[in-house]
Write a protein that binds this ligand. Structure first.
Ligand code: NAP
Length: 494
């Protein structure tokens, strides 16, 4: 316990040494009102930092700084933009341990997972450092002759990037990397519960050579009113949002007024389908990863498990044994495998969804309750005999709960998997090659993991269909979200 107290104190020391103001035009400043916003450790409820609480004037000042820097940043040679991103990657990796401790302190995930996220976040800078120099164009002889079709790609312009609390750094770098590579300046608004990772990132970007005004960050407790003012401002040209479908919908509606380019990475409700020809041990391993990464608080988290009747019992019991033996605790304790949920509301929400399942006849194989005491801990839970249509299966659980629904045949599994407004990620386990490919093609989602429980990869196009979003982040297409195509018609009378 003394060791842990020391570890927490060390992480609080890292938080205390960070600049905690607004980062605007290359300078750190307080909110105009002088207001601050508390950041709490979700494992203990203790306040670990106070950051500036921006108002509308501060948000607009950040936009002005981005607008002022746009022309000069777009003129910086692509190689140089890439080198700055590459240096940022190096600095993040050199400070990985401190950044991970900071992330766990504000968000709760186990330290090893924070370390994985820091590396994942840095990889987006490395990837887009490489993509900055590959922004291509075209030259075409017009089919009718007499002219040439010449295309080039130009930065969209000042962009507002809004990120969630569940991946406090990677959801930022997945947007900042391509925006900077493309030549866009940005205003970043992190979630109020986890601003510290983004403040640390802003300081690193400045150290790596990002010129003043190219990256601006504001933290606020009034996200709706402040971002509305930016979205209504005709100088803003792009909005990229990661968060809930409900907020995403409202932001798309607001963006219509100025016909903003939008990228939306929204909620998920991933089906995890196990056929009776699957390697059940592999499927259980994949289920642990797909369910427990980030304490279940991931948009890609397996949310509903459809298991063919022949293996449903074996799969459920093995998964319950694995989840029931995971160590719950403060994420900074190296032994911890399951950290706290982000806040009390999240804990209440998860409890309600478990109760809804048991009221509908589901059986608890393990867990099924919150952990008594301080902190927002919920026991990893496996529910079996869950009916398909209930709330627990329809809503995003965002916690360590695995509801199992049995099915009899492939068509039934696909119909249930596709019976959702969401379409972000899906997982399929089968040893039959044709079935695997067929089911991957028939499932309505932007991403599918075949015989694996982790799909996130900086080189892959990340994004959803249906109400899970618009556009893709990462991969070769990630930079396109920040580029406009310009076509020049060249008279060619020869
Ligand atoms: P959220 O409530 O939608 O918040 C996301 C961000 O939007 C936060 O910065 C939040 O600020 C801000 N926000 C909230 N209300 C707003 C408004 N009216 N106008 C403008 N901004 C507003 O989502 P969350 O609870 O943080 O994150 C969890 C959700 O994100 C889940 O649904 C998850 O699936 C989704 N997600 C999706 C992806 C993906 O790539 N598809 C990745 C990660 C998470 P405050 O902190 O001030 O509320």
């Amino acid at each position: 316990m003394t060791i842990l107290t020391d570890t927490i104190a060390a992480a609080e020391g890292i938080a205390g040494s960070l600049p905690q103001g607004l980062f605007i035009g290359g300078e750190w400043r307080q909110a105009e009102s002088g207001a601050t916003l508390a950041v709490d450790d979700p494992a203990t409820g203790r306040t670990v930092a106070e950051v500036a609480d921006a108002g509308t004037a501060d948000g607009l000042a950040a936009l002005t700084a981005a607008v002022d820097a746009q022309t000069s940043w777009a003129a910086v040679p692509p190689r140089e933009r890439g080198e700055i991103l590459r240096r940022s990657f190096e600095i993040i990796m050199a400070r990985r341990d401190d950044l991970a401790a900071l992330m766990t302190l504000e968000m709760g995930k186990p330290l090893a997972e924070s370390q994985a996220e820091v590396a994942y976040a840095a990889e987006f800078f490395r990837w887009f450092a490489e993509e900055a120099v590959r922004i291509d164009g075209g030259y075409l002889v017009a089919p009718g002759g007499g002219s040439r079709v010449v295309t080039t790609r130009q930065p969209v312009g000042p962009s507002l990037l809004i990120t969630p609390w569940n991946f406090p750094m990677a959801m930022g770098t997945r947007k900042i990397g391509p925006a900077l590579a493309a030549g866009c300046t940005v205003v970043v608004k992190p979630a109020k519960q986890t601003p510290l990772s983004m403040l640390a990132l802003a300081a690193i970007l400045a150290e790596a050579g990002v010129p003043p005004g190219v990256v601006n960050v504001f933290t606020t407790s009034k996200s709706g009113s402040v971002t509305s003012a930016l979205i209504a401002d005709p100088r803003l040209r792009k909005l990229s949002f990661t968060g809930s479908t409900e907020v995403g919908r409202a932001l798309i509606a607001q963006s219509a007024q100025n016909v903003l380019r939008t990228s939306m990475e929204l909620g998920g409700n991933a089906p995890f389908v196990v056929f009776d020809d699957a390697d059940v041990t592999l499927a259980v391993e994949g289920a642990v990863q797909a369910k427990m990464r980030n304490i279940g608080e991931a948009c890609t988290a397996a949310n509903r498990f459809y298991v063919q009747r022949g293996v449903a019992r074996e799969f459920g019991e093995a998964l319950a044994e694995r989840l029931g033996s995971l160590v719950i605790g403060h994420g900074l304790d190296p032994a911890t495998q399951v950290g706290p949920l982000i806040d009390r509301n999240a804990l209440t929400g998860v409890s309600e969804l478990v109760d809804a399942a048991t009221s509908a006849g589901a059986r608890v194989l393990t867990g099924g309750e919150a952990v008594d005491g301080a902190g927002n801990f919920y026991r990893p839970t496996v529910l079996t005999g869950v009916p398909h249509g209930i709330r627990t299966v329809r809503e995003e659980i965002f916690g360590p709960v695995a509801p199992i629904v049995a099915f009899d045949n492939e068509d039934e599994a696909i119909a249930m998997a596709n019976d959702s407004e969401y379409g972000l990620a899906a997982y399929v386990f089968t040893e039959a090659l044709e079935r695997g490919l067929r089911v991957c093609e028939r499932i309505e989602s932007g991403m599918v993991g075949l015989n694996q429980g982790i799909i996130s990869n900086p080189a892959a196009p990340f994004g959803g269909v249906k109400h899970s979003g618009l556009g893709r982040e990462g991969g070769f297409g990630g930079i396109d979200e920040y580029l406009e195509v310009k076509y020049m018609s060249i008279r060619a009378p020869w």
